[in-house]
Write a protein that binds this ligand. Sequence first.
Ligand code: AP5
Length: 257
Amino acid sequence: VSQDKINVMISGAPASGKGTQCHLITNKVTYFLSLRQIPYSITYSQLNCYVTYSLTISSICIQYGLVHVAAGDLLRAEIATGSENGKRAKQYMEKGQLVPDEIVVMMVKDRLLQPDSKENGWLLDGYPRSLSQATKLKGFGFEPDIFLLLEVSEDVLVERVVGRRLDPVTGKIYHLKYSPPETEEIAARLTQRFDDTEEKVKLRLNTHHQNVESVLSLYNDITVKINGNVSKEEVFAQIDSALTSLVEQKAASGSMA
Ligand code: AP5
């Protein structure tokens, strides 16, 4: 059994753990055994109604099934194609600034309109980052059910950025200290992002502070704040609990799509 769709936004400062948590959310599969009672015979007497049950054991699988759409990943993929848009985007990313709307807005919109995002629900990472992006997204009819905000202190962010490494084969995010690679083979192929230096993360943090309040104000009523200073498993436990409550609420109100 997988739930019907929900739409999720995840936000937070650079290196607050958005990509790490999106990986955990999209890979969550929980199997558990359930004991179900199924009535199989009903016998009436004059005064009582007897119902006999058979017990069956079945396995139930819970997963969110969301499609991860990360604005930063879309931009890095565009850079890798060598296109004019990619070249322009890289100039802004190297300075830690937001890439102009004319490049990023349609890119995200087109991805959200793909059949998989529409059918399964989306997990939007790092978007919107400005009031104009949020307003345009709403204008296109994309409304989140929940806005997850990862809160992490700044000294922790800098340490996370400089230690981050990426596996180009699996796309998995590592950290030299907190999530080291499992094997020597993986360690040998890890790469570092061009904007992952202490100097550049400070520029990215400035950009984040300039824009974050205007975005947050739009999603106040659906915002869930997550303490992102703890281990990735503890962060995920908070997110999992918020998403499970949302799914249960939607199911109870009969509003699942
Ligand atoms: P983007 O790629 O989105 O970068 P970002 O927002 O700076 O976020 P990061 O990807 O750096 O970090 P994260 O929060 O995903 O953290 P992660 O899980 O990797 O954007 C890059 C650039 O593209 C922007 O600067 C901008 O120029 C442009 N751009 C993007 N979106 C745009 C938009 N909407 N409009 C215009 N321009 C846009 O974790 C970081 C490290 O910490 C990892 O090593 C990880 O292993 C480790 N870690 C994670 N969680 C924990 C934990 N709980 N404990 C210990 N370590 C942890």
